[in-house]
Write a protein that binds this ligand. Structure first.
Ligand SMILES: Cc1cc2nc3c(=O)[nH]c(=O)nc-3n(C[C@H](O)[C@H](O)[C@H](O)COP(=O)(O)OP(=O)(O)OC[C@H]3O[C@@H](n4cnc5c(N)ncnc54)[C@H](O)[C@@H]3O)c2cc1C
Length: 418
């Protein structure tokens, strides 16, 4: 790497411009840091949406970003889980209602492309934030500084790198942080659907032997009042044969899988096929680098946890570097970054292991495991306090939330943002 003077000097370099990288760049710029964000925007239509829960909505509202997405989301007021594994122990359907925990909705579902495009649009004109569409080619972590080279040859110098460059993160590997990868035998089929009957703001999960097949409410469009997104986990073989189907034939397969609960279905546009994988890292930070989002953790999209977890990474990271700055300390130093890692380790390990256990319990057809899973669902359906604790854990977590996710963030509430 050339040591010639850099083209850009900044406080923080965010590697990656997916939902996690853009959200981190915006939050850090609002906190008053000079930020450069480098990444490629993925604009391919792939039928993917994200369900953002209460804490994530608070995060975007406290940064004043949510107004941009109003009218582009659909509220999730209830979640119904239906056992479709044909297990020997019959399990009743369980419904969780947000009002049981004092919320009008668990969260909002939004098309991934609308979220990422919207964040990129805001980032392009955000003060203190310099967004570069492209890739990082090289990084070198030096004692006082990080030097980075972009694919177009420009050089950036930063005090801290945020690795948000996805599961094959260059920023992570250049820092020498190890990762453990594993694969699951499933593929997730994603699609946007129009249908005959309304979803009534209920997300419906059919738990099959290959994982959940979930319909998630989606905003209405003109002439298409009833819409949902689909995340359907299946074997790689079934995914191959469904990828070859005409949209009408695929729609009939989906209708059959979801017991026609929303009536006749039409598939809108292109579908996505995502092989399921898991990843955990040896450390959430290294010398002058902090890992967030899928550069830090990967697991299958059960219970819609991925980006929600990443936004909690970001809110905790902003807090750690703000605290370091206020104390007159190095924002890329080990003290600030270890405080970030300490705040995040438990939550990340709980979600990664929880999703892994839930996924493997569906894949197994051993009677004792079926029995435990079925007994768990029955317990959640009849024991109110247990059900409410699970709901709270899903949308808010039992841990103290970072400042940006508190009900009325002290720093921004007075300015009437949202
Ligand atoms: C089917 C499916 C459904 C999901 N549903 C939900 C849900 O309902 N709720 C939820 O919370 N989560 C959900 N998730 C998870 C969520 O979508 C992901 O957590 C999130 O999109 C990952 O964002 P990310 O920014 O960390 O990574 P990515 O989206 O992978 O972004 C990585 C970025 O890094 C860039 N990059 C890569 N290499 C470089 C480089 N060398 N230099 C610079 N940039 C680089 C890429 O171009 C990209 O911009 C779902 C995931 C799947 C697969």
């Amino acid at each position: 790497m050339s040591l010639a003077s850099p083209d850009i000097k900044t406080d923080i370099l965010v590697a990656g411009a997916g939902a996690a990288g853009l959200s981190a760049a915006l939050a850090l710029a609002q906190a008053g840091f000079a930020v450069v964000c480098v990444g490629r925007l993925d604009r391919r239509p792939n039928g993917r949406t994200v369900a953002l829960f209460e804490a994530s909505l608070r995060f975007y509202k406290s940064l004043g970003l949510w107004a941009h997405f109003r009218g582009k989301t659909a509220a999730l007021e209830k979640i119904t889980m239906i056992d479709a594994t044909e297990a020997r122990l019959p399990v009743p359907a369980v419904t969780f209602a947000a009002r049981e925990i004092g919320l009008t909705a668990f969260g909002e579902n939004i098309e991934n492309s609308i979220l990422v495009d919207g964040l990129a649009e805001i980032a392009a004109r955000a003060p203190g934030l310099d967004l570069h569409e492209g890739l990082l080619e090289d990084l070198s972590y030096e004692p006082e500084i990080v030097r980075a080279t972009l694919a177009d040859g420009r050089r950036v110098e930063a005090k801290l790198v945020i690795a948000a460059d996805g599961r094959a993160s260059l920023a992570r590997s250049k820092a020498g942080i190890g990762a453990r990868n594993w694969a699951y035998p499933q593929v997730a089929l994603t699609a946007l659907l129009s249908h005959r009957k309304p979803h009534r703001h209920v997300s419906t999960e059919f738990h099959t032997r290959w994982g959940p097949c979930t319909l998630v409410p989606l905003r209405a469009l003109e002439g298409r009042p009833n819409r949902s997104s689909l995340v359907w986990l299946m074997s790689a073989q079934d995914a191959d044969s469904r990828a070859a189907l005409e949209p009408e034939a695929l729609a009939r397969e989906i209708e059959k899988q979801v017991d026609s609960c929303v009536g006749q279905i039409e598939v809108e546009g292109a579908c996505g096929f995502f092989p399921m994988a898991g990843m955990s890292v040896d450390s959430l930070f290294g010398h002058r680098v902090a890992l967030i989002g899928e550069a830090a953790h990967v697991f299958p999209p059960l219970a819609a946890q991925g980006l929600n977890l990443s936004l909690r990474d970001i809110a905790a990271l902003v807090e750690a570097v703000e605290d370091a700055r206020e104390a007159g300390e190095d924002i890329g130093g080990a003290k600030a970054l270890s405080a970030y890692a300490k705040a995040r380790r438990g939550d990340i390990s709980l979600r990664t292991n929880g999703v892994d256990i839930l996924n493997r319990s569906l894949l197994s057809n051993l009677f004792p495991i079926d029995f435990l899973r079925g007994a768990g669902l029955v317990a959640f359906s009849v024991i109110g306090p247990l059900r409410r604790a699970l709901m709270r854990e899903g949308v808010l977590t039992h841990r103290a939330l970072p400042r940006l996710m508190q009900a009325r963030p002290p720093r921004y509430a007075r300015q009437g943002r949202g």
